[in-house]
Design a protein around this ligand. Structure first.
Ligand SMILES: Nc1ncnc2c1ncn2[C@@H]1O[C@H](COP(=O)(O)OP(=O)(O)OP(=O)(O)O)[C@@H](O)[C@H]1O
Length: 355
């Protein structure tokens, strides 16, 4: 129900006592596009095959609470194995939680998982189901399955393929495309037969920058023109910073922070990050450089330092003069990123992608 419609229903019932309370409680539930409360999921232990040790149970969701507002692009960020896909598979009704509630636009998807198909479009990590079809047929078939008539499905198919730059390869089967092209075709299929909630699990994996930009523009259009809400899984911190309104950081099945990218970054204060890349070995006989070496995280030829802006100014003057500068290949100074937030919150940082 749109906000305008909710307002008109509410105002027509002003003063009717109990019915007003009912409307208020419906209003309360539908104010969030997605409400996830106390979600718990443990994958059971598995017997070891051919003499291998058994796999222990894995608690992939450990009490996850999330609220997503209508029209928001909301991200789940975290390293491999943090539990992001497990959350979205429960959000889409594909996986039953052990405990907790999942509501989408006021519908209880734990009790009624079959309603998910009408409420949301889901792009999972693996999408081999469409592999035998051509790009055009994958999009058209998805539209038909979502209840569009033949003409409407074809109209939407053509519009989406054009929008995502796929018209030229519309006649090719998905299984004969590159990884990035196949992923783009799956995004196209997900967008046909519009749904109020889009749940996209790493939609741009393997795509080149042109395709990525086309996907983000298409997602943004669904939000601005249709009022769609988007839940997006990513472990790409750069994407997270640029496309998301709010982001929940997941680590080991728990939400360790949830805010706007800017709000999260303010958690790490004013510290800046200085990256130094040396041509070969740095001249450690320069005394002030030896001092920096003690504070740096070293990875091959790269030093990374987190410091106050004043210390960074001093460090930059050290590395841009004399023998240090001669030995320097590259350097960059950056304000805090979501990766810094993640690390400062106690995440391991492994598996976060920076492109
Ligand atoms: N079907 C399954 N059976 C057993 N364990 C599983 C299963 N699926 C996922 N897991 C485990 O649950 C945890 C969370 O996995 P999940 O796929 O939700 O993480 P993720 O954050 O989506 O990771 P990625 O970024 O790699 O996609 C991991 O430890 C994973 O190994």
């Amino acid at each position: 129900m749109s906000a305008a419609r909710r307002r008109s229903v509410g105002s027509s019932l002003v003063g009717t006592g109990t019915r007003q309370q009912q409307v208020n409680s419906v209003d309360e539930r539908t104010r969030d596009a997605v409400r996830i409360t106390g979600l718990i999921k443990t994958y059971p232990a598995a017997r070891g095959r051919r003499g291998e040790p058994p796999a222990p149970p894995v608690r992939a969701c450990d009490g996850v609470d999330l609220r997503v507002r209508p029209g928001e692009v909301f991200g789940l960020l975290g390293p491999n194995g943090a539990g992001k896909s497990t959350v979205v598979r429960q959000l889409t009704g594909l996986l039953r939680p052990d405990a907790g509630a999942v509501e989408v636009l006021g519908h209880d998807l734990v009790r009624h998982p079959e309603r998910a198909a009408r409420l949301l479009a889901y792009l999972g990590q693996e999408s081999s189901a469409l592999d035998e079809l051509t790009v055009a047929l994958a999009a058209e078939t998805t539209g038909r399955l979502r209840g569009l008539g033949t003409a409407a499905a074809r109209r939407e198919r053509d519009a989406v393929l054009e929008e995502l730059g796929l018209a030229k390869i519309a006649g090719r089967p998905l299984k004969k495309l590159s990884g990035g092209q196949r992923r783009l075709a799956c995004v196209a299929a997900a967008l046909v037969g519009r749904r109020p909630l889009l749940v996209l699990d790493e939609p741009t994996t393997g795509m080149d920058p042109v395709a990525r930009r086309a996907v983000w523009a298409a997602v943004d259009r669904r939000r601005s023109e249709d009022g769609a809400t988007v839940v997006l899984v990513t472990h790409n911190v750069i994407e997270a910073e640029t496309v998301l309104d709010r982001v929940a950081v997941l680590d080991r099945g728990r939400v360790i922070a949830c805010d706007t990218p800017g709000g999260l970054k303010s958690l790490v204060g004013d510290d800046v990050r200085l990256d130094l890349v040396w041509r070969d070995s740095p001249p450690l006989d320069v005394p002030r450089l030896a001092g920096l070496a003690e504070r740096a995280t070293v990875s091959g030829r790269r030093w990374t330092l987190r410091m106050t802006p004043e210390d960074a100014r001093e460090a930059v003057s050290v590395v841009t003069t004399g023998p240090a500068f001669a030995a320097l290949d590259d350097f960059s100074l950056a304000t805090p990123s979501l990766e810094d937030v993640y690390l400062s919150l106690g995440g391991s940082g492994e598996g976060l992608v920076k492109l």
